[in-house]
Design a protein around this ligand. Sequence first.
Ligand code: IMP
Length: 432
Amino acid sequence: MPATVIVGAQWGDEGKGKIVDLLAQHSDLVCRYQGGPNAGHTIVTDGETYKLRHMPSGILAGKQCVLGAGCVVDPEVFVEELDELESRGISTEPVRLSGNAHLIMPWHVAIDGATERRLGKLQIGTTRRGIGPCYADKAARLGIRVQDLLDPKILRQKIEVALAEKNVWLERVYGTEPLELEEVVERSEGYARRLRPYVADTSLIVDRALRKGSTILLEGAQGTLLDLDHGTYPFVTSSNPVASAAATGIGIGPNRIDAVIGVAKAYLTRVGEGPFPTEIAGPDGERVREAGHEFGTVTGRLRRCGWLDLVALRFAVRVNGITALALTKLDILSAFAELPVCTHYRLPDGTVTEDFPAHQSDFHHALPVYETLPGWEAPLDAVSDLAELPPPARGYVEFVERSLGVEVCLVGTGAERERVLAQREPAALARP
Ligand code: IMP
């Protein structure tokens, strides 16, 4: 019963979509277990670029795809994505959406933007897609779920109740325009008609697939350091990207998960606010951003760039139970003669540690301790096997493995699907 979690080991944008896309070729079912349209996967296949937000990347490989109960869904974005895929000849028939997933409603988007504006300098730097307010309403039991779309009477009733409260907030607290009930109901009914065929008991689908011996990928959105419980709070997302959340987010037992592949860039990026010990100041940061096209898929914002942080990655190995790592975008480092890698943090009290600080003040003031590795200063385009990597590039990968005690099973050397070097056959990685 092989089920593998693919989890972001940094602050998101690690290139998970591409790794899932590769392993999906050898899987039967691909599931997303949390997050919403704040995620953005860019996948280049057969010269075509796809930017997916809700859809598991497995859709491009024609695999059955599931969005689990732990996801939040903006019906407008979801429908747009269905239309876009269909118009490009990709069937969305294999997609199934959990009735328990929560809907991002227009007030969630409005409140997300208004809260950020109100926070001013203290803002989180959210994607303003309504993610936080939607998960907050879920916890407050005020949310509207995908299954509410199945019953027009319930749908209207729930929108009425929620909107009566949300309009007070929008007008009195945030000083913005209220939303019009009939307009929201009408739009939601339109989405309901379009989404109904996709709604299913996705926990049951996944359980049956596991019993049949199917190979399953459980794809996380964002990354470990953005996890609501374990990330760099409050600069986090409002769900749990960590691997164990795959079980709750889908509705299977944790003992059904066989392997956890952590995806990490060969360097580090962060979108939004919050501390970032290895952030590169000046022209080198700009070089990484340009070479790595580090602009957000969803918001187009500049990503902050930094050197690889093994303290943070060690933490990701711990909290996710990572069994193997995929190291992406190694080719971007070809531009540098020397490569600083952060192996330890120096904390405000002078101690030097290889473990991620448990307290926010220590993390905010942590200084990176670097070991400088030699660069290879050569393109990796022509490399088709790990053994052919220039020795310093191989050394870089091996340094990561040695430092973390985890095998690097995949190395990304370019945007296309083919530009991933594998330690073993990808089929063997998908079926651990
Ligand atoms: P939210 O998820 O929109 O609430 O944003 C909260 C934080 O998570 C912000 O710092 C965002 O920039 C970050 N974030 C959310 N989704 C992603 C993602 O897919 N990649 C990288 N950062 C993200």
